[in-house]
Design a protein around this ligand. Structure first.
Ligand code: NAP
Length: 590
């Protein structure tokens, strides 16, 4: 049945190849992606006794951490919090060397987890999901992969990452450049030497800002092409001392609880005061203390920094002065200090000497708004005013965020509707985990969930366990098909938008709202209601028999009947964001 349907609906030559090479393999769940998300989903689903197949396009585990190997790459969430919480033994035994781990150390951790929990045997590498089609009568997903393998699974979990589809500008003459072009998110596995080289970095988001000081120390000359100056706070990185390690591990559960119950999953609770209630002197003291200690937590020193422009201005001005104070050349200060958007309305960076790098004689800044890039030549980049001779050009130009990797494969739901068609005007989900018309499909940290506004590790673990428990519930109650209702997803999208409107996020163009890709629908995608509030909404949904999800004893197309209330819509009346920041998204007072 599945084969007949697939052959009927998608390109015959593809299926001929697939069918010739291998028979369909049956599993309970296909998980797409072997990054932190896919591996955690594998663990949670195995706990429910499910036969899981993880498929991974690249040759090894790690997802973005496998690919983003650029110099200086490290996490801006503290290592102890950017790690799995499901195994106390793992927590106790793994030793982090730095407060913010480097990419190689994170990759070592991922590989350790994979070996320790014997995950590799359930992962198929060099296998990209090209198509997935729902068999509406059988209630199963048929999945076709680049290596010719074909799978049939009851559930499909998309753990493809929100920042995993690298975005490269197409500049005139790009094919003429005779040197090396590298994207920060597709970093070569072999060592890249910058010694004696003339290097360009295009892009000054987190990746560009992290690599600039490191490459500046190695290269003969570095030119940074900046379009939008970005806010950044110091990383305050340091080695972890044995005493600190002991202290964290003695109280690890408490630390996790704090992270789960904080707005961003970083463990910081927002200040209870408005920035505008504090005197200028008090503010200066609070900001100064946070500056050298809190990293990304700086944005939560007062609860209204992301809610009120005037409050935000106080933080933004403090940061501008800090940035300006370390840049020696006045004309560079003017260009590097961010002024055109509110602090943290776009993702700020956490850096280690980015602005100071411009004090070096071998580092140059090109403001592409002032002098746009005209073309790449055989030997470099020509702007409107000069040619920069280069050996290496690095695109640190970011990603097609949130939906890029979800929309690459052809995913076909009911009645031949593709996910691309369904989301043509922007992604529509219920709770960020599923979408109507695509039964038995779960999205991990998808649009409509806190995802990129949270410590993503917290969100990954929360959702993986939630899916796994939902599947357990379905098994217990004889449910064969689960599907988001249209009413629920409409209510959730309205709620996500209402919440976003309470914040300053909508005042800036950013990848949060699709501005990073020309022609992409301008829709605000992450959920701003906070990790704690979101967690409570997930629980409430489950406690109410998975309201907003129709659960059927058989697939709808085979005459299935709804077993739960199905049509119920999560009670998500918008509340003020200040309450959300302390975690009351579901209306429960603390
Ligand atoms: P990004 O934040 O999207 O930054 C892309 C940069 O490229 C921006 O400065 C952008 O300018 C510029 N750009 C894009 N197209 C351009 C063009 N045609 N010409 C000139 N400039 C262009 O991407 P990212 O730095 O890779 O970071 C993405 C996200 O990954 C971060 O926000 C963060 O969530 C995550 N990340 C985290 C870490 C960490 O944990 N420390 C490290 C790296 C990345 P505009 O701003 O003008 O668009």
């Amino acid at each position: 049945m599945i084969i007949v349907q697939l052959i009927g609906k998608v390109q015959p030559e593809f299926w001929a190849r697939a069918l010739n090479s291998m028979a369909i393999k049956e599993v309970d769940v296909i998980v797409v992606g072997a990054g932190f998300g896919g591996l955690r989903a594998l663990h949670a689903l195995r706990q429910q006794g499910k036969k899981v197949q993880v498929i991974e396009a690249s040759e090894d585990v790690g997802g973005v951490w496998h690919h983003n190997g650029y110099p200086g790459a490290r996490c801006d969430v503290e290592s102890y919090d950017y790690s799995y919480s499901f195994s106390p033994e793992l927590e106790q035994q793994w030793v982090w060397s730095e407060r913010y781990a480097t990419q190689p150390e994170i990759l070592r951790y991922i590989r350790h987890v994979v070996e320790r929990f014997d995950m590799r045997k359930d992962i198929r590498f060099n296998c990209r999901m090209e198509r997935a089609q729902y068999d509406a009568q059988g209630g199963r997903w048929a999945v076709a992969c680049s290596d010719g393998s074909l799978w049939s699974a009851h559930y499909l979990v998309l753990a493809v990452g929100q920042l995993s589809s690298p975005k490269t500008p197409s500049l005139p003459g790009q094919d003429k450049f005779g040197g090396q072009i590298i994207h920060s998110a597709l970093w070569p596995k072999e060592p890249v030497s910058f010694a004696g080289k003339r290097v360009a970095i295009i892009g000054t988001g987190s990746s560009g800002m992290q690599m600039t000081p490191v490459i500046a120390r190695q290269a003969a000359h570095l030119t940074v092409f900046q379009r939008t100056p970005n806010y950044s706070v110091p990383a305050a990185n340091a080695p972890v001392s044995p005493e600190e390690d002991r202290q964290v591990k003695a109280n690890y559960r408490q630390r996790r609880e704090q992270a789960w119950n904080s707005p961003t999953g970083l463990g910081f609770l927002p200040g209870k005061k408005s920035a505008l209630e504090a005197s200028p002197q008090e503010r200066a003291e609070v900001y100064e203390a946070a500056w050298s200690r809190l990293g990304y937590g700086f944005a939560l020193t007062y609860f209204d920094i992301l809610l009120n422009k005037e409050a935000n201005d106080t933080a933004a001005e403090f940061i501008r002065q800090k940035i300006a104070s370390v840049i020696e050349k006045p004309q560079l200060r003017e260009k590097l200090v961010p002024r055109d958007h509110a602090f943290a309305a776009r993702r700020p960076s956490v850096d280690d000497g980015y602005f100071q790098a411009f004090n070096r004689d071998n580092v140059q800044l090109v403001d592409v708004r002032e002098t746009p890039i005209v073309e790449l030549t055989a030997s470099g980049i020509r702007t409107q005013t000069e040619e920069h001779h280069l050996d290496t050009i690095i695109f640190a130009t970011g990603f097609d965020a949130f939906t890029g990797s979800l929309l690459k494969p052809e995913i076909i739901g009911r009645e031949g509707l593709t996910l691309k068609q369904k989301w043509a005007a922007g992604p529509v989900t219920h709770l960020g985990v599923g979408t109507a018309g695509f039964p038995n499909l779960f999205v991990l940290v998808g649009p409509g969930s806190p995802s990129l506004l949270s410590n993503v590790m917290v969100s990954i673990e929360e959702q993986s366990d939630w899916f796994a428990q939902m599947i357990h519930f379905m098994d217990l109650h004889g449910v064969r098909e689960v599907e988001v209702t249209q009413a629920a997803e409409q209510a959730w999208v309205a709620h996500v938008n209402a919440r976003a409107q309470e914040t300053l996020y909508l005042t800036a163009d950013s990848y949060y709202n699709g501005a990073e890709v020309a022609g992409k629908p301008r829709v605000f995608m992450p959920y701003t209601g906070g990790v704690r509030g979101y967690r409570r909404l997930l629980r409430k949904c489950a406690d109410h028999g998975y309201e907003g999800f129709a659960m059927r004893d058989q697939p709808l197309d085979s005459g299935g009947q709804i077993l739960n209330s199905g049509a119920g819509v999560a009670d998500v009346a918008p509340r003020d964001f200040a309450a959300v920041l302390v975690g009351d998204a579901d209306g429960v007072q603390r």
